[in-house]
Write a protein that binds this ligand. Structure first.
Ligand code: NOJ
Length: 544
């Protein structure tokens, strides 16, 4: 049954324990804090929590530098707190997916420490080494301006080791069968603790061939992914792999592997064109991007998002398109990062509430599964005084109390300072205040979450772009089990009227799913729909 694919009609909410809720007052968010806030998430209507890495870590890359796959970082609690959280989440019908960071470990991981001992150590071949300095040691850099190379000399091993990311994140050698077996063990471990799947970090880099001088001729080994998928599905049939793979849309099919690879991938491609559409007030390039990422693999699904915990990566736009997005959403140098992206939260980038609603409504209406980012449901801001991507990782703003209700610790002890000044300060902008106000962004978001879930046509159905004759309008129609949903978005700040073609007999009446407006077709069967500045409308179509 198609409805078995729960991930197709779910709302995913991503959060980092560290900055969500601190129950023990040490300045760092923890499992107990998150457990206490599960009712908030349940009330918001989310179906799935995607938890950023919570394992022991030196924490030099926000936890994406793991030093023990089978533990919980003591700052976040114990294994018992994790199990208790899983129980409480599942009790509320909330599924949990966790990050699976298998491209690399921390350099402090005991495997790497042993690997450094030399070739005789069984862990040596768990990483990728070169005796000589590879000629491409300064190439293939992921964090330009911060990272300097991809091969670093290790004095103890007296060799260079490969690291796609920062130098404290040595790449695991996935060609080694012992490594593959251990990674499966990690997957099996968390499945046995009840997780519903994994957000697989850096997928293309996990699958690429790694050898000195090989960066210009990297091959992607999909068999590694298929192997992982087979293992996962054998252990738990309904568990999913949601891949972080910012790839050329032409390659997407191979990652979905006819249903034998990833179940889901973030649609980074559409994400960039979505921001381009908001900046240019023109849907043309976004429409093209949607068509380019159309998938016909039945189990496959895109994850659509606005912002995440990293920079807004604009690397797949043309130079001209990128400059336009920079100009609108990140004009100052300290808003930009790694020569390709913007390190800002959603709300401060957009002009005002109507445009934020437009962006969110658009994201909820795209063919795929929406992935929200904690705090964006409130319109939280960013802190550009923090380094790199930390600008978008400030603590959740719960109330107007000390530290925004996130922690009772002294401000200096906090993992990141909460936003205390300016229009996004927690004294004005917080959950408590927005809960009480019917017209708050939080309550608006709750209604949109519910609406999206009431339209399974989007997650499960077939879609087509609707001709509106107006570049500023994106129209999309979904059909599923005899039902049709039509959604229109006006990207421009000017109100306009859309003329819809004569609908088929079975779909001639527009039922507005959000407002009380009556629609009657024109005598020739066409239909006029008014859209305000940044206006959006969700319809179900019925026979007259
Ligand atoms: C992608 C993650 O989203 C990012 O935060 C991290 O720095 C890299 N992978 C390395 O793990």
């Amino acid at each position: 049954m198609i409805d078995d694919y729960w991930y197709k009609n779910a709302i995913i909410y991503s959060l980092d324990l560290e900055t969500f809720m601190d129950a023990n007052g040490d300045g760092v968010g923890d499992f107990r804090g998150l457990s206490n806030r599960l009712d908030y998430l349940h009330g918001l209507g989310v179906d799935v929590i995607w938890l950023a890495p919570f394992q022991p870590t030196p924490n030099r890359d926000n936890g994406y530098d793991i030093s023990d796959y089978y533990g919980v970082d003591p700052r976040h609690g114990s294994g018992g707190d994790f199990a208790e959280f899983m129980h409480l989440a599942n009790d509320r019908g909330i599924k949990v997916i966790i990050d699976l960071v298998i491209n690399h470990t921390s350099d402090q991981h005991p495997w790497f420490q042993q690997a450094r001992e030399g070739e005789d150590n069984p862990y040596h071949d768990w990483y990728v080494w070169s005796k000589e300095k590879p000629e491409d040691a300064e190439e293939g850099i992921i964090f330009p301006g911060v990272q300097e190379r991809t091969w670093t000399y290790d004095r103890k091993a007296r060799k260079y080791y490969f690291h796609r990311f920062y130098e404290f994140q040595p790449d695991l050698n996935v060609d080694n069968p012992a490594v593959r077996e251990e990674l499966h063990r990690v997957v099996g471990y968390y499945l046995s603790l009840g997780v519903a799947g994994f957000r697989v970090d850096a997928v293309p880099f996990v699958l690429e061939t790694q050898r000195p001088g090989g960066l210009s001729d990297v091959k992607i080994r999909f068999e590694i992914l298929e192997d992982l998928r087979q293992f996962l599905s054998w252990r738990r049939g309904d568990a999913i792999l949601l891949g972080e793979a910012n790839v050329d849309p032409k390659k997407a099919k191979e990652y979905f592997a006819e249903g034998g690879g990833l179940h889901m991938m973030f649609n980074f491609y559409v994400n960039q064109f979505l921001f381009h559409a908001l900046a240019s007030q023109d849907s043309t390039a976004l429409r093209k991007a949607l068509e380019e990422t159309r998938v016909s693999v039945p189990l496959a699904q895109w994850g659509h998002f606005l912002r995440n915990h990293d920079e807004l990566d604009l690397g797949r736009l043309t130079e001209e398109q990128r400059q336009l997005v920079f100009e609108h959403f990140g004009p100052k140098e300290n808003m930009q990062l790694y020569d390709r992206g913007i390190r800002r939260r959603l709300a401060p980038m957009l002009s005002d509430r109507p445009q934020i609603e437009l962006a969110y409504s658009l994201m909820f209406s795209l063919p795929g599964t929406p992935v929200m980012r904690y705090g964006d449901e409130l319109g939280m801001g960013d802190d550009l005084s923090l380094k790199e991507r930390d600008a978008v990782r400030t603590p959740m703003q719960w109330s107007q109390e000390k530290n925004g209700g996130f922690s009772s610790a002294d401000n200096k002890q906090l993992v990141h300072p909460p936003i205390g000044e300016g229009p996004y300060a927690y004294r004005m902008l917080n959950v408590e205040e927005q809960m009480r106000r019917d017209d708050s962004l939080l309550n608006w978001t709750k209604r949109m979450v519910r609406l999206r879930k009431e339209c399974p046509e989007i997650g499960y159905g077939d879609w087509e772009l609707v001709k509106t004759g107006q570049p500023a309008v994106l129209g999309i129609r979904y059909r599923f089990r005899g039902q049709t949903v039509l959604i229109l978005h006006n990207l421009s700040d000017e109100p306009l009227v859309v003329k819809l073609d004569k609908a088929p007999e079975t779909e001639s009446r527009l039922i507005d799913l959000r407002e009380v407006t009556q629609y009657t077709p024109e005598p020739d069967g066409t239909q006029l729909v008014r859209l305000g500045s940044y206006g959006y409308r969700w319809f179900r179509l019925k026979a007259l």
